[in-house]
Design a protein around this ligand. Structure first.
Ligand code: HEM
Ligand SMILES: CC(C)=CCC/C(C)=C/CC/C(C)=C/COP(=O)(O)OP(=O)(O)O
Length: 301
């Protein structure tokens, strides 16, 4: 490291790129997509842009704020793990104060937009997602129990409900079904990565499942969750919320996810865990796109 670089790090020279990075933009993009699908599925009609735009921005801002808090709280462990050591707050390019001010601004603007331009129910539910992820999961569960991500996953699963309530101002069972889909998807999504990064988590004493219960047990759990996800994936069709197009898409995607999990359990090579993790992201994105296509191409009368 050059001396210029080390001096600039000490005075916390954060660029716009660092601010962007601490919002976890790709995670938030997928969260917002699931919220958008929740909005669209809540009504057969079109969504008024006066609701659509503040809802998407408000949910996006509060999720980004939560992601920034995660970077602040995890400064020490992030700086010690290979995957995260170069993060803006962990390296010191950005101070915790800078990140806190940025996060607070995002939270205030996001909450105000939802409260004033969407509805208070959506504002409070989104705030509960922020508290769930940044306080309950990051500050407590992550460090306390190997079931951290199964329970904490509820915060990341909530966006379809937020989209739904933004349009209808009510908590509908179908919206909860979309939440359940993401809730069931989260363990195989994360544990596949955790297997690959097991040594990182062990080094910083974070009790992720592969560290506490071993890789073989975690692989079994991943396989079982993909079976559960297959069953949960049938529900939108079975309750009459979605049509055959969704059913075909969900069955295909969930079978592929199961095949990855099977390979991971019984025939893994060194790339299988990361391949499974990467596929999980494509899987969720396509699943929600299929929900959307099904909703608009094959409307339920
Ligand atoms: C408690 C629940 C969850 C945990 C513990 C978790 C964990 C992780 C971790 C550790 C990464 C790697 C991040 C990195 O290396 O930068 C990741 C990536 C990702 N996650 Fe999750 N995740 C969760 C829920 C979700 C949810 C609900 C979504 C979206 C609906 C999501 C979408 C993504 C995406 C898109 C990436 C790729 C990010 C990138 O390439 O920059 N995750 N997740
Ligand atoms: C308002 C609302 C819906 C908030 C939810 C916000 C949100 C960003 C959820 C994503 C979950 C996630 C990426 C967890 C990983 O955290 P980690 O600390 O285990 O992963 P890391 O080591 O990569 O930081």
């Amino acid at each position: 490291m050059s001396s210029v670089q080390s001096i600039s790090e000490k005075v916390h020279v954060a660029s716009w790129r660092d601010y962007y990075e601490i919002t976890k933009p790709r995670v938030v993009a997928l969260l917002v997509l699931t919220a958008l699908v929740g909005m669209c599925l809540s009504t057969p009609g079109a969504i008024a842009w006066q609701v659509l735009i503040p809802a998407i921005l408000g949910i996006g801002f509060l999720s980004s704020s939560a992601a920034a808090i995660n970077h602040i709280v995890d400064e020490r462990i992030d700086s010690e793990m290979a995957r995260t050591h170069n993060r803006p707050v962990a390296t010191g390019r950005m101070s915790a104060l800078q990140a806190s001010v940025f996060s607070a601004l995002l939270a205030i603007v996001g909450f105000a937009m939802l409260y004033a331009l969407v509805n208070p129910l959506t504002a409070y539910l989104t705030l509960s997602g922020l508290v769930g992820y940044s306080c309950v999961y990051t500050m407590y569960l992550k460090r306390a129990t190997p079931q951290n991500i199964t329970i904490g996953g509820l915060a990341g699963a909530i966006p379809p409900l937020l989209g739904w309530t933004a349009v209808t101002n009510e908590i509908h069972p179908n919206a909860l079904l979309l939440v359940l889909l993401i809730f069931t998807w989260t363990p195989p999504h994360f544990w596949a990565l955790a297997i690959h990064r097991k040594d990182d988590y062990a080094k910083v004493n974070i009790p992720m499942l592969p560290v506490t219960h071993g890789v073989a047990f975690t692989k079994t759990q991943i396989l079982l969750y993909t079976i559960l996800l297959f069953v949960v994936g049938l529900l939108p069709y079975l309750v009459g919320m979605s049509n055959w197009l969704y059913l075909v898409g969900a069955v295909a995607l969930n079978l592929i996810f199961f095949a990855y999990a099977w390979k991971l359990k019984f025939n893994a090579d060194e790339t299988t865990a990361m391949d499974t993790f990467k596929f999980s992201i494509v899987h969720l994105m396509l699943l929600f796109i299929v929900l959307l296509l099904d909703h608009y191409l094959l409307p339920i009368s």
